[in-house]
Design a protein around this ligand. Structure first.
Ligand SMILES: [Zn+2]
Length: 271
């Protein structure tokens, strides 16, 4: 019994150690795998996506995606530096690309800051402010490290304690975790860009995204209008994938309104 109790204690301690807190949120998240394992994999996969897709360059839309991404990235970096937390972003390698695919109404961000927009979402974005709403949301997924959390949760669920021991002994210098195992843990067969985030992650990305666009000087009051357009677009029985895993429309609008006063503070401070 005593042995059991101490084992439990050790396991709880391991999980406490392997948790980190989400920036600008009071939530703590499971983080069994370190950024230096996940980010290089993510960067490699992003290069593969770029090789296999038609990346749009030289158009107003392509320039806009890069411009908005860089502007929000810099505002977020400034914020973290001001908070004395500049180190948090040290391993990120931001990149913002537009992929030619008019029928895909989607955007995503791989761990470590690799963002892709599809041309299919651009008409719903409508203008630079709309791009900033989506960009803020995607950058928020990266900053809150939802990809790492999703993979860690997948690990804990699928492999249980053996996964924890593999990960704990697989630190720098130890045996490395095969990429397939990481993908299996992520529940993703092919790409870190199509991780299925939970509603909780999506709501958190909405909130932080609202703050991030505001910090970059984009009026956050545009966000509810963008989601109205997205909702109207998905009118039929099959919503576009960008919406299907996200909170219901009414919940999302109510949450955005609740977070708006704080976002407006950031927006005013940005000017
Ligand atoms: Zn999302």
């Amino acid at each position: 019994m005593r042995k059991f109790a101490s084992l439990t204690f050790i396991l709880i301690a391991i999980f406490l150690i392997q948790c980190s807190s989400v920036p600008m949120s009071d939530r703590s998240q499971l983080s069994l795998i370190s950024n230096d394992k996940i980010f290089p994999m993510s960067f490699e996969q992003y290069e593969q996506v770029k090789r296999e897709s038609k990346i749009v360059t030289g158009t107003d839309e392509a320039r806009m995606v890069k411009r908005v991404g860089t502007r929000i990235q810099r505002a977020v970096e400034q914020y973290f530096n001001d908070q004395g937390q500049g180190n948090y972003l040290a391993d990120y390698q931001w990149e913002f690309n537009l992929i030619k695919n008019d029928s895909t109404v989607n955007a995503w961000c791989m761990p470590g800051g690799k963002v892709a927009f599809y041309t299919g979402i651009m008409p719903i974005c409508k203008d630079e402010l709309g791009v900033a709403v989506v960009m803020g949301h995607e950058i928020a997924h990266a900053i809150a490290n939802h990809g790492r959390e999703r993979i860690s949760q997948g690990y804990a669920a699928q492999f249980g304690l053996s996964a924890v021991s593999i990960i704990l002994t697989g630190g720098s210098g130890g045996p490395s975790i095969p990429a397939e195992l990481i993908m299996q843990g992520a529940g993703a067969a092919t790409s870190l860009g199509i991780l299925a985030f939970s509603r909780k992650h999506e709501s958190e990305a909405d909130k932080l995204g609202l703050y991030f666009m505001a910090m970059a000087g984009y009026n956050p009051q545009e966000a509810p209008k963008f989601w109205e357009r997205m909702s109207a677009n998905s009118g039929g029985e099959a919503p576009p994938e960008f919406v299907s895993t996200h909170p219901s429309h009414d919940t999302r609008i109510a949450d955005l309104k609740a977070n708006m006063p704080k976002a407006m503070e950031y927006y005013k401070a940005s000017n």
